[in-house]
Ligand binder design. Structure first.
Ligand code: ADP
Ligand code: ZN
Length: 729
């Protein structure tokens, strides 16, 4: 028997085992664990990650086709972490690694990085081109500031040559969207303030854990503006002083240029090298950051969800800022929760974890109560600044102009007169959530999804927020052919218009994912806010996150009820934290802040707790319901969604799955099958079966049966498994 080098490879494909390949003699010296390879799989060549290699029998094994990159993409010590993730989420190991270790950055096959839609923006070039068609399109684009290629194809079909011509002549710039260029915003002098007594106590408790060098988890519960960030920065410096590396996770890095700016300023003074992991960086910058972490030359990395995969050999500290935030959960593909995985990683590395929030997730607070994690509280804002005064506006009694109550209108006027700034939260994009036929009551729906099409007035489009289907607005009702089809309800675009009409002297701007599509648009808006070039900023939940604008003294919430009555066990928790977070944007500087929350349910405990800045009362109410219903943190959930184009076949499969699981179930409750709330998306009908158990182990054991069932599904029905789901729509 001839011996050869045999490599264990996790291939980036839906396979539940590790494969073995022979390493050709010429490559033996170059490959190391963590290398990116290309290997044959069936008749294809796929990417794979080398986990280990050893002398062994290579008989019958295929050979490694290519070493894509000789330098390992992750230290071999991380393999165990990847394996634990794969096990926990019942997801193929190679695909787990591929989710976090960006093949696209290092591989060279095509461009595996997701390329967004192209975006056309007018340049500074003045004047007009010659052709009438070119002029028309250019004028439209100048009026609208830009549009994606898909939008333009809908609005001006057959004009792609005209656009090309405008780009060639320098009138338009074509950008790869939805590019979010990233520049940290400088907003402090980097100097270290003296810690408050509360901060000092929290910090020294964390230092004790860093000293011990054993796994420990802290919940840093600090009201908005209490200086949690200051504590994180000190903890990172302390970690560095002890020769260890630190990782800071933030919910959405594109939305936190101010926070990143503060870290950067501080660490450049204290001599730490920091890497920002952000998809808006250029390929070369991202590659450099990744390599630096692998090589040990980076002391601290900051990034969103996927930064939990950052290739540090060993971590001393992981900070999870805004630990309650649902964007830590990936909602497609490998559905991991970076917050939970950060804790797992810290446990494996013997690291300290700091979970920070003004509105801790219920599990985090409950675990602190039970003493499983250590509670650190910051009850006061920095410099003893007061928390804003929060008022409820009862919409059942209040006079209204459009969606604005009289009270909120007066407050906006007063704030304007004082030359201070306001934020208005309306969690609905577009001009109106749908067009409604006023003769027969039909709402215009997406042909592919069971959802209404959002109406955009400026672009004169109807658009589906799930499948991105776009059409021109209908003039007549498809149901009764009546001609009275009008927008119904209000989104941010309409609110922006209303405000411009009501306050003609005010500078009004809008922040939502539609207005922020263009590269650099978000940064620009945040800078303008910081420079006080905007009086009223309207936006979706984007405006609630992390901003620190000292001149904002008024926050208005237009529709506080919209998320509260969704059929979802986390609806109250989500509403409470959204309202508390957005309220926390008011009065952060020297001037005191005010908050107006418009609701039809002023007696609801969620609103009362927000008014009183009273997390604990909210927690007591909510935790009782969770306990009674055995929802997290008292139970564990898994959501199985079956989707297929044929409604009967899909429903049948869901029923079969439920009864198969019911036969096997032990200590697990099976709910459903039921049609999902979003009962049809992208032409696929959706049914769900929910598993619930008071213990993790029986649930995961039963999931194995679900996975066997999945293998035997008819080809036209697909199953998606979501473990610890944060929503179940
Ligand atoms: P949080 O992250 O809890 O919302 P921040 O860390 O953003 O709070 O702090 C709010 C503001 O207070 C920031 O402008 C910060 O620079 C300032 N700050 C924090 N700690 C102190 C301190 N000990 N002394 C003075 N100012 C502080
Ligand atoms: Zn759709």
């Amino acid at each position: 028997m001839t011996e050869s080098f045999v490599a264990q490879v996790a291939v980036a494909a839906p396979l539940d085992k590790i494969l073995s390949y022979v390493v050709p003699a010429a490559l033996v010296a170059t490959v190391r664990p963590g290398c990116l390879l290309k290997v044959p799989l069936g008749r294809r060549i796929v990417y794979g990650y080398l986990l280990s290699q050893a002398l062994g029998c290579g008989e019958g094994l295929k050979e490694v086709a290519e070493v894509v990159d000789e330098a390992p993409l992750f230290p071999s010590g991380m393999t165990a972490f990847f394996e634990r993730m794969a096990q926990y989420y019942h997801y193929p190991l190679g695909e787990v690694i591929a989710t976090g270790v960006p093949v696209g950055l290092f591989g060279h096959a095509g461009n595996p990085e997701s390329v967004g839609d192209r975006y056309y923006v007018p340049t500074a070039l003045a004047g007009l081109p010659r052709g009438a068609r070119q002029q028309e399109l250019l004028k439209w684009l100048r009026d609208h500031g830009g549009a994606s290629r898909r939008e333009l194809n809908t609005l001006f079909p057959g004009s792609s040559q005209v656009f090309k011509r405008l780009v060639e002549c320098g009138y338009l710039l074509m950008e790869e969207g939805p590019g979010r260029e990233f520049r940290p915003l400088a907003n402090s002098d980097g100097r270290r303030p003296e810690l408050s007594a509360e901060q000092g106590k929290a910090f020294s408790t964390i230092v004790t854990a860093l000293e011990r060098g054993l796994f420990a988890t802290f919940l840093l519960h600090g009201v908005t503006g209490s200086g949690k960030t200051e504590v994180y920065m000190r903890a990172v410096e302390e970690t560095h002083r002890r020769g260890h590396k630190a990782l800071v996770l933030v919910p959405e890095i594109a939305l936190t240029p101010q926070l990143v700016g503060r870290f950067q300023e501080r660490f450049s003074l204290s001599g730490l090298s920091m890497a920002v992991l952000h998809s808006g960086l250029s390929r070369a910058e991202r590659k450099k950051a990744w390599r630096g972490i692998c090589a040990g030359s980076i002391d601290v990395a900051i990034g969103a969800r996927s930064a939990v995969f950052a290739p540090f050999e060993r971590l001393g500290l992981i900070v999870v800022d805004e630990e309650h935030d649902a964007s830590y959960k990936q909602s497609e593909g490998f559905r991991y929760n970076a917050r939970d995985m950060a804790i797992l990683r810290a446990q494996m590395d013997g690291a300290t974890v700091v979970l920070g929030s003004a509105t801790p997730s219920l599990p985090a607070f409950q675990h602190a109560r039970e003493g499983r994690i250590v509670y650190l509280g910051l009850k006061e804002r920095a410099l003893s600044r007061p928390l804003p005064e929060v008022k409820l506006v009862d919409l059942t009694r209040s006079q209204r102009k459009g969606v604005l109550s009289q009270e909120l209108g007066v407050a906006l006027r007063e704030t304007l007169e004082r030359k201070e700034q306001s934020l208005l939260l309306l969690n609905r994009r577009g001009f109106a959530p749908f067009l409604l036929c006023h003769s027969c009551g039909t709402a215009i729906r997406c042909p592919n999804c069971e959802i209404t099409l959002t109406y955009y007035q400026k672009k004169n489009l109807l658009r589906c927020h799930y499948c991105d289907h776009m059409i021109e607005p209908l003039q007549t009702c498809p149901h009764c052919s009546g001609g009275d089809v009008r927008p119904y309800g209000s989104g941010t675009e309409r609110l922006e218009d209303d405000l411009k009409r009501l306050f003609p002297e005010a500078r009004v701007a809008r922040m939502d994912s539609d207005s922020m599509g263009r590269k650099g648009a978000y940064q620009e808006l945040v800078s303008r806010m910081a420079k006080k070039d905007i009086d009223i900023l309207v936006g979706t939940q984007m405006i609630s996150k992390g901003h620190d604008f000292e001149n904002v003294t008024l926050v208005g919430v237009v529709n506080a009820d919209s998320a509260l009555f969704l059929p979802d066990y986390r609806a109250a928790e989500r509403t409470f934290s959204l309202l508390t977070q957005v309220s926390g944007r008011a009065g952060r500087g020297a001037l005191p802040g005010r908050v107006f929350i418009q609701t039809h349910n002023p007696d609801h405990y969620v609103f009362k707790s927000v008014v009183g800045h009273d997390y604990e009362t909210f927690f007591e109410e909510e935790i009782r319901f969770r306990r009674e219903a055995a929802y997290p943190p008292f139970g564990f959930l898994a959501n199985l969604v079956l989707a297929g184009e044929n409604p009967e076949k899909t429903e049948e499969a869901a029923a079969a799955l439920a009864s198969c699981l019911r036969r096997q179930a032990d200590q697990v409750e099976i709910l459903g099958p039921a049609a999902c709330l979003l009962s049809r998306i992208r032409k696929k009908f959706r049914y769900q079966v929910v598993l619930k158990s008071q213990r993790r182990f029986p649930l995961h054991r039963l999931l194995k049966d679900a996975l066997v069932f999945q293998k035997n599904l008819p080809g036209n029905v697909k199953m998606v498994l979501d473990i610890d789901p944060l929503d179940m729509f």
